[in-house]
Design a protein around this ligand. Structure first.
Ligand SMILES: Nc1ncnc2c1ncn2[C@@H]1O[C@H](COP(=O)(O)OP(=O)(O)OP(=O)(O)O)[C@@H](O)[C@H]1O
Length: 273
């Protein structure tokens, strides 16, 4: 055991009941979409200050699909992602994850389900500053009830997979933005989630780091990982299987990209070079 594990185990114990109840793999049912939104709406405020951030969105995301969500600032992309991942509650409609309705679950059950079934990646990384890269990756596994040894093994494997085997003991402050985001992606994958939800994952990164993250996402896609990402960046959207664009809280367009489309878009955007 490394010297660092007890520190993270303390964090894990705070959530002990959740961790115990959350142990065990999550079943993925037959042909049901991994994610389903039915008439999904989220409003903020009331009367004159009412904002309909998401309005009656219906969406199925099948297993293995990479879906990009685009649209102008304020059109409801982040709100939709948070609703899909159970970080926010709809004012109307339903969210189904892995064949199970999640929008009306209690807080603890929802937190447990999120931990096991959803991997989040945010623009601002949201790594814990005082934990090393390896500890950041281990933490969700420990919180979900994995043994310290199992969490360590998974973190080592995932950090190698994202090309950071030699940075495992570094703190986030000792890593570049691209490296931090790769740690965040490893963390998102540590509990083998049904879906990875990424909100502007390349928003803080330069072109070289963006390319690294896209290569990683491409690998995840090839490995069959279901992925939903919000992005302003056409280059990022171009690697998806499907692009939906939002306007004023609603779905304005839904386009499926073929491999050929993706190649052409990549070439158009001069992305291959
Ligand atoms: N907590 C909140 N309270 C009130 N209004 C909110 C809240 N969160 C979001 N909104 C509003 O909901 C709308 C959708 O916001 P959202 O962040 O989902 O848009 P977005 O498309 O992700 O924007 P951006 O691309 O700029 O991040 C916006 O008008 C925003 O001001």
């Amino acid at each position: 055991m490394t010297r660092d594990v007890p520190r993270i185990m303390n964090l894990s114990r705070r959530n002990g009941a959740d961790a115990r109840a959350g142990a065990g793999p999550m079943e993925e049912p037959g042909d049901a979409p991994v994610l389903r939104a039915m008439g999904l709406s989220r409003a903020y405020g009331e009367d004159e200050s009412l904002v309909r951030a998401v309005e009656e969105v219906c969406l199925d995301v099948p297993a293995g699909q990479t879906l990009a969500v685009t649209g102008p600032s304020g059109c409801g992309k982040s709100t939709l992602l948070q609703l899909l991942g159970g970080l926010d509650r709809p004012t109307d409609g339903e969210v189904w994850l892995g064949g199970r309705r999640i929008d009306h679950l209690g807080e603890r059950a929802l937190a447990r389900l999120r931990r096991r079934a959803v991997g989040f990646v945010f623009q601002a990384y949201h790594l814990m500053d005082e934990l090393t890269a390896a500890e950041n990756v281990q933490l969700p596994a420990l919180l979900a009830g994995a043994s310290p040894r199992a969490a360590r093994v998974r973190a080592t494997r995932l950090l190698a997979r994202v090309g950071l085997a030699d940075r495992a003991r570094h703190l986030p402050s000792e890593l570049s933005g691209g490296q931090r985001q790769r740690v965040a992606i490893a963390r998102a994958l540590v509990n083998k989630p049904l879906v990875v939800l990424a909100d502007e994952p390349t928003g803080n990164l330069d072109s070289a780091a963006t390319r690294e993250i896209l290569r990683l996402f491409e690998e995840l896609r090839a490995a069959g990982q279901t992925l939903v990402m919000v992005t302003h960046d056409e280059r990022v959207a171009a690697m998806a299987d499907r692009v939906i664009s939002m306007r004023d809280g609603t779905l304005a367009d839904d386009t499926r990209l073929s491999g050929g489309d993706r190649g052409r878009l990549g070439a158009l955007l001069n992305w291959e070079g």
